[in-house]
Design a protein around this ligand. Structure first.
Ligand code: CUA
Length: 317
């Protein structure tokens, strides 16, 4: 609780934050120790070998043992730092299986957040305690950066890309959220809060709205933008039917295999000519400028929700 007392560190709300802090303490201690050691040696040698005592420099002699030691010891210490830091980084970078997903769109100057169960939020994120949450981030305009000091995590929101990070908040409470990338006039006001709630509270909060689920909103868009004409299962279908495709590898006309995931779907919607799936004509029009980032996320949620079963059900209609 040292940081409560000196308040040099923000609160820490996740095991990852603790892991980052421990690594940071280790780096501080090592740096402090060597700074101290080197200062002491400089001062000691300056006094001990001062000119009045040694008007003429003495001949030096080799000290192999000493030289090996001051090479090997720092080498080992930096290797420990490297391995330790890589482990912490990878634990933070790779989400566990079965995360709860939240989609975030940054725009000048707000964060828009979307829960898969439906609730939409602005500059606020409610999450249940002790649950692995995965955040998928993008930006509608310029680069923003989603920064939660209590989670020790900062992730850029980049236009045209999906970036993810995950966390598991283990302490209920309210934690500040910032935009950490200068993004224009009201950058400093692009702030918000993360509410970490007990599971029951969270369920009550989720139930307290009639926002449409992204998959449902996406289903509407799928019809509205005539996606269904080519990607439905009817006779007129010219594109691949999308049921069960999410998360699989698809073969492209150039022989490559790519993951049919969020990035791929987004790219197909905006630049359909770039990566063509083998076996289909290049007929897909672009929807660039017609859909907002949030609508694209809704469409992805809908496509993600399509299993083979729902597609055949659709056929019977
Ligand atoms: Cu968004 Cu700074």
């Amino acid at each position: 609780m040292m940081h409560r007392w000196v308040a040099l560190f923000p609160e820490s709300a996740t095991p990852y934050a603790n892991a980052v802090d421990h690594l940071y303490y280790f780096l501080l201690i090592v740096s402090g120790f060597f700074t101290f050691l080197i200062c002491v040696l400089i001062i000691t040698f300056a006094i001990r070998y001062r000119r009045s005592r040694h008007p003429f420099p003495q001949a030096t002699r080799d000290a192999i043992g000493l030289e090996l030691a001051w090479t090997a010891i720092p080498f080992l210490i930096t290797i420990v730092m490297f391995v330790w830091a890589s482990k912490v980084y990878m634990d933070g970078e790779v989400p566990p299986k079965g995360t709860q997903d939240v989609y975030v769109v940054g725009k000048q100057w707000m964060w828009k957040l979307q829960h898969p169960e439906g609730r939409r939020e602005i500059n606020e994120l409610h999450v249940p305690v002790n649950t692995a949450m995965k955040i998928t981030l993008t930006s509608q305009d310029v680069i923003h950066s989603f920064f939660v000091p209590a989670f020790r995590w900062k992730q850029d929101a980049i236009p045209g890309q999906y970036r993810t990070f995950w966390f598991n908040a283990t302490r209920p409470g309210t934690y500040p959220l910032f935009c950490a990338e200068y993004c224009g006039t009201n950058h400093s006001r692009m702030i918000g809060h993360i509410y970490v709630m007990e599971e029951s509270e969270y369920q009550a909060w989720l139930a307290g709205s009639d926002d449409v689920r992204p998959a449902e909103a996406g289903a509407k868009l799928f019809v509205q933008y005539d996606c269904i004409n080519c990607h439905g299962t009817g006779l007129r279908a010219r594109g691949p039917t999308l049921g069960g495709l999410y998360g699989t590898q698809v073969l492209l006309t150039d022989g490559r295999r790519v993951l049919f995931g969020e990035d791929f779907i987004r790219e197909k919607i905006l630049n359909p000519g770039d990566k063509r799936i083998a076996g289909f004509l290049p007929d897909m029009p672009t929807f660039k400028g017609q859909l907002t980032e949030e609508e694209i996320i809704d469409l992805i949620a809908y496509i993600k929700s399509l299993t083979r079963v729902t597609v055949s059900a659709e056929k019977e209609k």
